[in-house]
Write a protein that binds this ligand. Structure first.
Ligand SMILES: [Zn+2]
Length: 462
């Protein structure tokens, strides 16, 4: 038998369906053996007794090195993936955003270049189509063939939002070719009207960012996207669903048996719109779209995860420094770069608050952070589970470790965390990516540039 690289002894193996005690042996980046008291040797043996061994986190919504509103998201593929690794995430799916006039192939090539030699964990790309036309639609099948099996369309934002007929056409192509359309669902006209109104009334503070993007603006667009998907007979994935009104739309569609899926994010589960009222412009730290919502949306979203109405939790990690970047919007909320960090804290918050606080089970955590994302985005069972032959992407949680999250312990290249002061029970003490220990106790031990591009297949509908 080939020599094994690593054995984890007596951990509690957790999948979306099981928890059991076993040894787990790894070689050449793959899980080779799982069993009790494995009688074999390896270059390294880790005592995992008392630890939970989960599939490494898959974050299907990140924005690394992304231009936005005259600045650029502050994490690049090196710093962002190191932060992800330290937080227990072993694969990201970032958005390759189409520059105006570029082909999809050119878009993919541009983002491949940003990641090459930098990513510390595996990565894939959705293609965010911002300049849709007939030629781009013709190019979609080729993009799917090349491993970019999901596309994102924006229903809002000047410059790159798509009209309903375009969305309908894209859904049809995706359906025929085995791809998946993801939408950023917010009603453009409601937001445009309210932003202009607040501006005219000289209401410029961060809270007006939230007030200009009401729950109904999202719920209406969610409903409209679902209608288009139903007409096209196509699957649909809604990114960053943030409020209970949208969740109701999603539940209604799923009750009809429609293949509509959605993610929410930690910020919509744990933070609320009162954050925008923090003094000294600190509310700008939470300016993102959709915005943080009223407290009354938080519990319904947790329940939606628990009940399987919501399929995934991703981060929409899109950091901007408070100093120098967020501050660009001091005079007017519309000029605050949209986005906040989160790639490093997702897993520890879901474990440390979600599981430890009995909001979700441990198996549910695996399902929404790894298994479902891998299935929906065509990476299963290579990723998203713990099975012989799967990639050795794992995270070990110590349920006994408690911690207060503060910016200084995190690796995200930004000057704050939205989760400052959050107390968590349970901590990701080791991350293994591609069979290598890439993080231990919050310290990066891997190597930038060792992550691989993952070609993705057709979605598995959940
Ligand atoms: Zn996003």
């Amino acid at each position: 038998m080939e020599e094994l690289d690593l054995i984890l002894k007596e951990g509690q193996i957790v999948t979306a369906s099981d928890i059991y005690t076993a040894d787990l042996a790894i070689s050449d980046g793959k899980i080779r053996l799982i069993g009790s008291h494995l009688d074999c040797t390896a270059k390294k043996i880790v005592n995992a007794k008392g630890k939970y061994v989960l599939p490494g986190g898959i974050d299907v919504h990140t924005h690394l090195d992304m231009p936005f509103g005259g600045t650029v998201a502050s994490d690049n593929f090196e710093t962002g993936t190191i932060a992800a690794a330290c937080g227990g995430t072993t694969t990201i799916v970032d958005f390759a955003i189409q520059p105006q006039g570029a082909t999809l192939a050119e878009t993919a090539a541009q983002w491949q270049e940003k990641a090459a030699g930098k990513a510390a964990i595996d990565y894939a790309f959705h293609i965010a189509i911002t300049d849709m036309n007939d030629a781009i639609m013709k190019e979609m099948p080729q993009a799917i063939q090349s491993g970019y099996s999901s596309f994102k369309l924006f229903m809002t934002y000047d410059g790159f939002r798509v009209t309903d007929d375009t969305l309908l056409k894209a859904l049809k192509i995706a359906k025929e070719q085995g791809g998946l359309v993801c939408v950023h669902a917010e009603n453009y006209y409601i937001i445009d009207y309210l932003v202009k109104q607040f501006k005219a009334e000289n209401k410029n503070e961060p809270i007006y960012h939230a007030l200009s993007r009401p729950n109904l603006a999202e719920a209406e667009a969610v409903n409209r996207a679902i209608t288009m998907a139903k007409l096209a007979g196509a699957p649909l994935y809604i990114v960053h669903l943030s409020c209970r009104e949208s969740l109701e739309e999603l539940k209604r569609a799923r009750a009809l048996g429609l293949p509509v899926m959605a993610e929410t994010c930690p910020q919509y589960l744990l933070l609320d719109e009162d954050k925008y009222r923090e003094p000294d412009f600190a509310g700008a730290k939470y300016v993102m779209s959709p915005p943080l919502r009223h407290k009354e949306s938080l519990e319904p979203l947790w329940k939606g995860l628990k009940n399987g109405d919501l399929q995934a939790v991703a981060t929409d990690h899109c950091p901007f420094f408070f100093q120098g970047q967020k501050e660009m919007g001091r005079g007017f909320f519309g000029q605050i770069p949209n986005g906040a960090p989160g790639v490093e804290t997702r897993m520890m918050l879901l474990f440390g608050i979600g599981v430890s606080g009995k909001k979700i089970s441990l198996q549910k955590m695996v399902e929404i952070t790894a298994t479902n994302p891998a299935k929906i985005f065509g990476m299963y069972p290579r990723k998203g589970t713990i099975a012989v032959g799967s990639d050795a992407d794992l995270v070990l949680f110590d349920p006994a470790r408690s911690l207060t999250i503060i910016k200084s312990i995190l690796h995200e290249h930004v000057d704050y965390t939205p989760y400052e002061g959050f107390n968590i029970q349970g901590y990701p003490v080791m991350t293994i990516a591609g069979g290598k220990i890439v993080a231990e106790n919050g310290t990066f031990t891997g190597k930038a540039g060792t992550g691989n591009f993952i070609k993705r297949s057709a979605p598995v509908l959940i």
